[in-house]
Unconditional design. Structure first.
Length: 323
């Protein structure tokens, strides 16, 4: 039996209409445009402001665009994975809500909690599922808004074509990050209560300098490792698609690989950090620039700490970027 490879055959995306600029943000908290741009490179971010809407809404919008672009038959979708740290509810899963809203009749669904590495982890899981031969098509919604809201949807399928699709991945969790990046309340250790709400314990806590240092080191090392063991270098890497958390981290990764920034997909200035959605949203923004056979490295770092890199060989020639 021929080996089955996992390939991306389409991508969709969605960001809310409302844009929160640095100028407006400076009227809400003690910050300013120069400080934000100098340290992280974010100019604006999209925010979902409509009451009663959450992650499943954005995932649904991205998925509908994807299905329209690819012409995929909803009845042929075998599985749906939602990579998120901001689920609609504790239960049911956001993925099950998406399946119901899209009317997918033959798909099982589950959420994947991998923080900012959610896309890399779920891509690896989906790739293994497809390579097993039990599943033909799967949709991945990467939606994890921390500093900006957005969603991306990818259609993954199997192919017997050689040397294409997911080629290699290196994924790690080191468990060192709990003190430096977490939500203090809301789980079984510290359940929600009047005290946790009154003391604002349901907001993201981050020690920025420590997280920055770990992110630069791990993302750079992971990319170098995945490149070395696959014979990749500055001459044959076409694109690097990094997690969009901080412009200085992105530049450090490019420098480690000796690649010009023109070969690095960046959209942090306009979207901010959308966590698990950053990599697929960057691909969505740049889909028209890709060509079949392009060598790509994806890399991310997130709470845990979790980190990793994947080597992907692009599988199709887009006609145009249709948003």
């Amino acid at each position: 039996m021929s080996k089955i490879n996992c390939i991306i055959t389409g991508i969709g995306g969605y960001v809310p209409d409302y844009i929160l600029t640095n100028e407006e943000l400076s009227r809400m908290v003690d910050t300013n445009d120069e400080w934000i741009m100098t340290r992280v490179g974010i100019k604006e971010r999209h925010i979902l402001v409509e009451e009663g809407l959450g992650t499943s809404y954005m995932a649904r919008k991205a998925a509908k665009q994807l299905m329209q672009k690819t012409g995929a038959d909803p009845d042929t979708i075998d599985a749906v994975i939602v990579a998120t740290s901001t689920a609609d509810y504790t239960f049911p899963s956001t993925a099950s809500i998406v399946v119901g809203k899209l009317g997918l009749k033959n798909a099982f669904a589950f959420d994947f909690w991998g923080a900012c590495c959610g896309f890399l982890y779920s891509l690896d899981v989906a790739s293994t599922m497809i390579q097993s031969g039990r599943y033909k098509r799967y949709k991945d919604r990467s939606t994890c808004p921390l500093f900006g809201d957005g969603a991306a949807a990818m259609l993954l399928e199997g192919t017997e074509e050689e040397n294409i699709g997911v080629m290699d991945s290196y994924l790690r969790s080191d468990g060192k990050g709990l003190p430096f990046l977490h939500l203090k309340a809301g789980g079984s250790v510290c359940p929600p209560s009047h005290f946790t709400v009154d003391h604002r314990l349901h907001y993201l806590y981050q020690e920025g300098r420590t997280v920055f240092r770990y992110a630069v080191t791990n993302m750079s090392n992971d990319c170098a490792l995945i490149a070395e063991r696959n014979g990749l270098n500055k001459d044959n890497i076409d694109w690097v698609v990094p997690h969009q958390a901080n412009m200085r981290i992105i530049e450090a990764v490019a420098k480690r690989l000796e690649l010009p920034m023109e070969q690095v997909m960046v959209n942090i200035e306009h979207y901010g950090n959308t966590s698990a959605a950053t990599i697929p949203l960057a691909i969505w923004d740049n889909e028209s620039k890709l060509k079949k056979g392009d060598n790509m490295i994806f890399t991310a770092f997130g709470a845990g700490f979790v980190h990793g890199a994947s080597y992907y060989k692009w599988a199709y020639d887009p006609v145009r970027s249709d948003k």
